[in-house]
Design a protein around this ligand. Structure first.
Ligand code: 9D3
Length: 257
């Protein structure tokens, strides 16, 4: 997969993408990430990327022109034989976008090329949205200073899904967003730390019992912290009955595990 990121702050991308899993994917040519400074696509002496809003109001708006030229130049370079006219996701990171989740990441991981545009200031000229962008994504209901961190989150989540990126160790792990449950508690040595012991069952060597305990803990933890996840989680018949019973004891003020 190829990911091109358009930003006014290219330096922000230095650290996060040199992290282990991501860098390993780049080294193994499973993904190529190119960071582009929107300012490099201006033509005027002052390299102007933003301007006042028509109609007035505080704050600056990112100009359409350098953003269009950046996307068109990336497409022309990548697909010269099609005259740069290739349909691929051009995603604007914006608080107004659809809420990012594992499902959207899976959808995006099916494309061979993504272009991400990071917004800043009070916004971006609406013509970019209307005539260039194919998709708008937000990473959550909180206020970031710009789309850069959101683009990094999206890229990280998507790249992890590419075939061959995760070692068998990682991918075999039943992580919360594939089982639909939160993870079970984990322990490592020492067996007793400051008087706090590791649950007996984990030391038993009884693998069936351990698996059952972990599954039960995952369900319990999900019920306590993210009950809405249980509606979509894939649970067995007995597990559903267990959840039903636990919910009842919760509502009768059980407080008991
Ligand atoms: C001060 C401007 N705000 C007026 C209500 C709106 C606003 C615009 C741009 C608030 C934040 C931002 C910068 N954030 C993003 O560009 C952004 C974002 C976010 O803030 N939260 C979650 N996901 C994303 S994706 C891009």
């Amino acid at each position: 997969m190829r990911i091109d990121i358009l930003t006014l702050f290219p330096q922000m991308f230095q650290g996060p993408f040199s992290e282990s899993i991501f860098q390993r994917a780049v080294d193994r040519r499973l993904v190529a990430v190119n960071i582009h400074n929107i300012r490099d696509y201006t033509h005027d002496k002052h390299r102007t990327v933003d301007d006042y809003a028509y109609g007035g109001g505080a704050g600056m708006v990112i100009k359409a022109e350098p953003v269009f030229e950046a996307v068109e130049s990336i497409k022309s370079e990548a697909y010269p034989e099609q005259g740069g006219r290739k349909e691929l996701p051009v995603i604007l990171l914006t608080p107004q976008g659809r809420l990012f989740c594992q499902k959207i990441a899976e959808e995006l991981s099916g494309h061979s090329h993504l272009i991400l545009i990071c917004g800043r200031y009070e916004g971006i000229d609406e013509r970019v949205r209307e005539h260039l962008v194919t998709d708008e994504v937000s990473i959550g209901d909180y206020v970031l200073s710009g789309g850069e961190l959101a683009a990094m989150v999206l890229a990280d989540v998507v790249v992890r899904l590419l075939p061959g990126v995760l070692g068998s160790e990682d991918s075999a792990r039943d992580d919360s967003h594939t089982t639909g449950l939160l993870e079970y508690p984990q322990y490592t040595r020492p067996e007793v730390y400051r008087g706090w012991s590791v649950p007996e069952v984990l030391l038993s060597g009884n693998h069936a019992q351990i698996a059952r305990w972990r599954r039960q803990q995952a369900i319990l933890r999900t019920l306590e912290r993210r009950p809405e996840l249980l509606d979509k989680a894939s649970l067995g018949v007995e597990e559903r009955t267990l959840v039903g019973r636990l919910k009842k004891s919760q509502s009768t003020g059980g407080g008991d595990k």
